[in-house]
Design a binder for this molecule. Structure first.
Ligand SMILES: [Ca+2]
Length: 335
């Protein structure tokens, strides 16, 4: 324990422990960022594994273990084997998941489904009704499978985030990170009665991204979103080429009908932020997915009352990242 960087990490974990609030304790935390794998390793050297597990649950972790990372972690973390399993179980999603398999992320206790790798046609054919000029059809390969939340992030989940991260509370948020309508329907840190499981809205792209980081996740790219939304279908909607209000849902709470890969309200419900800046097709990882990219961000899927053209899988919405709209929420991805 004499190496200075290690001491810094231990101090970071220890101060996080000291400040880790009970659910009703709204004291600001000394360290706001989710825990890194390195911090977890260091924490296991000075704290009980159960306290580290509690910290992961409370704070989230930016690092979800892959197989190689898990081996390194197991080698580095010397602790009781059973408790080590508990820590790994908190961080690691199932190995070799199958399409549509469900897993609940330990960081924010939200259900995710497995989206397999594959190649799809992004955009719409010239024959599609109500298509827009920015939907040029082209092949995009999703090289790696990923997890995606089966529903839009809820008021209840977002409340937990702002209680753990006071700088994102309505009365404290940096004015540059929203347009003045952030959490418009909240009173302080309280959301409207009866909305706990409804999709949270009036969150800027900056706030949605911060939630995702806190939960150890990120926002899906525009391509990941469309790929997951289509679930292998080329039609205008995942259920076919004819609009159907039943799977879309007429309200902002969306429909409970799942698409073939297990997502609900992916078309309909509320619009959803993606990580991607709005740029012309072909879609590429050309900087548009970077947090520092300038300009509008892409929103997808339409809202419950948007009408058939905007509820198409290929439709591309765009708005500045500060926008807070009562029709716009988000869901997170992992990997
Ligand atoms: Ca939606």
């Amino acid at each position: 324990m004499t190496h200075p960087p290690m001491l810094v990490l231990v101090a970071a974990v220890a101060s996080a422990v000291a400040a880790a609030p009970a659910a009703s304790n709204l004291q600001p935390k000394a360290v706001a960022d989710p825990l890194t794998l390195q911090q977890i390793e260091e924490g296991l050297k000075v704290l009980t594994p159960r306290r580290v597990a509690g910290l992961i649950r409370e704070r989230g972790a930016t690092f979800i273990l892959d197989a190689a990372g898990e081996r390194r972690f197991r080698a580095a973390a010397s602790t009781d084997p059973a408790l080590l399993e508990e820590i790994v179980g908190l961080l690691a999603p199932p190995r070799n998941p199958s399409t549509g398999m469900e897993w609940t992320a330990p960081t924010d206790r939200r259900a995710m489904v497995w989206i397999p790798a594959g190649t799809f046609q992004m955009g719409s054919p010239n024959t599609e009704s109500a298509r827009e000029p920015d939907e040029t059809l082209h092949a995009v390969t999703i090289a790696n499978g990923f997890w995606m939340e089966s529903t839009e992030v809820t008021y209840r989940a977002f409340q937990r985030f702002i209680l753990a991260n006071p700088e994102w509370q309505k009365n404290r948020i940096d004015r540059r990170l929203h347009d003045g309508n952030y959490l418009l329907d909240w009173k302080g840190n309280e959301f409207p009665a009866g909305k706990a499981d409804a999709p949270v809205v009036s969150v800027s792209w900056h706030a949605a991204r911060a939630y995702a980081v806190w939960a150890g996740k990120r926002l899906p790219t525009e391509a990941q979103w469309e790929y997951a939304s289509r679930a292998g279908r080329r039609s205008a909607y995942w259920w076919g080429d004819t609009f159907d209000a039943a799977p879309a849902g007429a309200a902002l709470t969306g429909s409970a009908v799942r698409n073939p890969w297990g997502l609900t309200a992916v078309l309909g419900g509320v619009w959803e932020w993606t990580s991607s800046a709005y740029r012309n097709y072909p879609f590429a990882d050309d900087g548009r997915n970077d947090a520092s990219a300038q300009g509008d961000r892409v929103m997808r899927g339409g809202a419950g009352a948007s009408g058939p053209p905007m509820l198409r899988s290929a439709n591309r919405g765009r708005t500045p990242p500060e926008t807070c709209s009562e029709l716009l929420g988000f869901r997170c991805a992992l990997y």
